[in-house]
Design a protein around this ligand. Structure first.
Ligand SMILES: Nc1ncnc2c1ncn2[C@@H]1O[C@H](COP(=O)(O)OP(=O)(O)O)[C@@H](O)[C@H]1O
Ligand SMILES: [Mg+2]
Length: 476
């Protein structure tokens, strides 16, 4: 059931009060809880900049925020606003009302403080409260909320604690409820765990008490909008030469498997690679939770569906791959192969859908191929070993290995050609690697990308596609 704007604004649907009373504030409320307050004063949380006054004035501002929030609910014509579907219009109306209410307040505020307060009340009323600024910060890749008092973010591979906090458990739950109800999910005692994709492509997982012992835990993986291929080179994930090679391989319709551990940057790489697909081609993407953002015009996006509460209605990756084959795609992109769909994907790569891309969870290119074999076996195909290796080696052309190094940086640690199949197994050869030389005192990993001096077998195919590369690109 959709929530009314009044419910959303008041956060009352969870049966708790997100406005702490005076006694809450004094005795156990987060505002007056001294250690946090002193850290909040100097403002990275966007509280009020370097405000020098002590706890009282801070909570005075907090009080002001609450009082404006409350007055706002009395004042706004919620029924009329309810009919406005454009969130931006609602935000504009609220912004104006807050500004007017502030004018009547006696608390002296500078222009900057006033603007910040307006922002905060708006975030509070229709946004995500204290985590909204983090959401708007393009350098933040992940947001972790461990109960109301602890919020961490990841920037450039490093996790930092931020000073923002929620007021209390109810406040956190109200914001969480707002996040998930936007995408038609709910989180409460009967469904204490939820996994959802937000409209901007970010993914969120939440688990609430009593399963999470110290308060609701929310993990948000932002959609990495700013990591296109050029950015990956700029950030040192690969060299310009490696990118040139990958671009040529995608354009020439080689089949590419991206391999890596969790959070190693597989999806980011897949997105970057897919940007090289010519826009005239018909592409079908298949994912568990749509994270791919293809720029091409002609893209069909499919998403799997988990079974419902009665265990029915599941649509698997395999179902979707099979269906995709009937949709006359030029290429198929599978977000991540995990099971039986591996076989179907390889078959697709072998039969007219060259240039398909996917990822797999593995730590080396060698392991990636082993994982594919395991998936095919577990998928119940009665293929003899030899035929299976045949299938893999003729389908795959390239494995791109992504890794998250010990210093938090993500790098392409190997680009490996799959060059055939002899009696013993699938033959691979490395074209590029990241050579690790050591670790600096500050923990930074020292090393560099280098070509292995080997010209790949697929050079002919690049040539035929008019994408000739100089042997020097491979260090040969
Ligand atoms: N080269 C990179 N440099 C910095 N951050 C990166 C890089 N590649 C990926 N990331 C970030 O790392 C996180 C995990 O990346 P993702 O591609 O989702 O990993 P995976 O699919 O392997 O789990 C994302 O927040 C993403 O924006
Ligand atoms: Mg991924």
């Amino acid at each position: 059931m959709a929530k009314s704007l009044r419910e959303r604004m008041m956060g009352r649907t969870l049966g708790a009060d997100i406005f702490p009373t005076a006694s809450d504030d004094g005795a156990k409320g987060p505002i007056a809880d001294s250690p946090k307050v002193s850290s909040m004063k100097d403002g990275a949380s966007g509280m009020f900049g370097p405000r020098k006054e002590a706890t009282e004035s801070l909570s005075a501002v907090e009080q002001l925020k609450h009082s404006i929030h409350r007055k706002l609910i009395e004042r706004l014509d919620l029924e009329a606003l309810e009919r406005v579907t454009d969130e931006r219009l609602i935000a504009a109306q609220i912004r104006q009302a807050v500004a007017e209410l502030l004018r009547d307040e006696s608390t002296p505020l500078s222009q900057a403080e006033r603007e910040e307060l307006v922002d905060q009340v708006v975030y509070e009323v229709i946004g995500l409260g204290p985590i909204e600024p983090l959401f708007r910060d393009p350098t933040v890749s992940d947001i972790f909320v461990n109960g109301p008092r602890e919020i961490f973010v990841e920037r450039k591979g490093k996790i930092h604690r931020v000073k923002a906090t929620f007021r209390n458990d109810a406040h956190l739950l109200a914001v969480l409820d707002r996040i998930v109800s936007r995408v038609g999910r709910r989180v409460d005692e009967s469904s204490p765990m939820v996994d959802a994709r937000l409209p901007d492509g970010s993914r969120v997982n939440a688990i609430i008490p009593p399963l999470a012992i110290d308060g609701a835990v929310v993990s948000i993986r932002r959609f990495g909008a700013n990591l296109g291929p050029e950015k990956l080179v700029e950030f040192g994930a690969m060299t310009a030469d490696m990118l040139t090679l990958l671009r040529a391989c995608v354009k020439a319709r080689l089949n590419v498997l991206v391999s890596g551990g969790t959070g190693s940057g597989k999806t980011t790489l897949l997105n970057a690679l897919s940007s090289f697909i010519p826009s005239a081609e018909r592409v079908v993407t298949i994912e568990d939770a749509a994270e791919l953002r293809l720029q091409q015009e002609h893209v069909v996006r499919l998403e799997t569906r988990p079974p419902n509460a009665e265990g029915r209605g599941e649509v698997t990756m395999r179902d979707l791959v099979k269906n995709a084959l009937r949709m006359r795609p030029d290429r198929i992109i599978v977000g991540e192969v995990r099971g039986a769909e591996a076989m179907d994907m390889l078959q697709a790569m072998n039969t007219g859908h060259e240039g398909s891309l996917t990822t797999v969870h593995a730590n080396t290119p060698y392991d990636a191929i082993g994982r594919l074999q395991t998936m095919i076996l577990l998928g119940g195909t009665n293929l003899p070993d030899r035929a299976m290796r045949e299938q893999i080696s003729s389908a795959l052309d390239l494995v791109v290995q992504a890794s998250r190094l010990s210093d938090g940086t993500r790098r392409v640690t190997s680009i490996t050609e799959v060059c055939g199949n002899d009696g013993d197994g699938v033959k691979i050869q490395e074209l590029y690697r990241f050579r690790r030389d050591g670790v600096a005192e500050d923990g930074r990993v020292i090393g560099e990308h280098e070509p292995m001096g080997i010209v790949p077998h697929f050079m002919d195919r690049l040539k035929m596609a008019g994408l000739e590369l100089p042997p020097s690109l491979f260090g040969a």
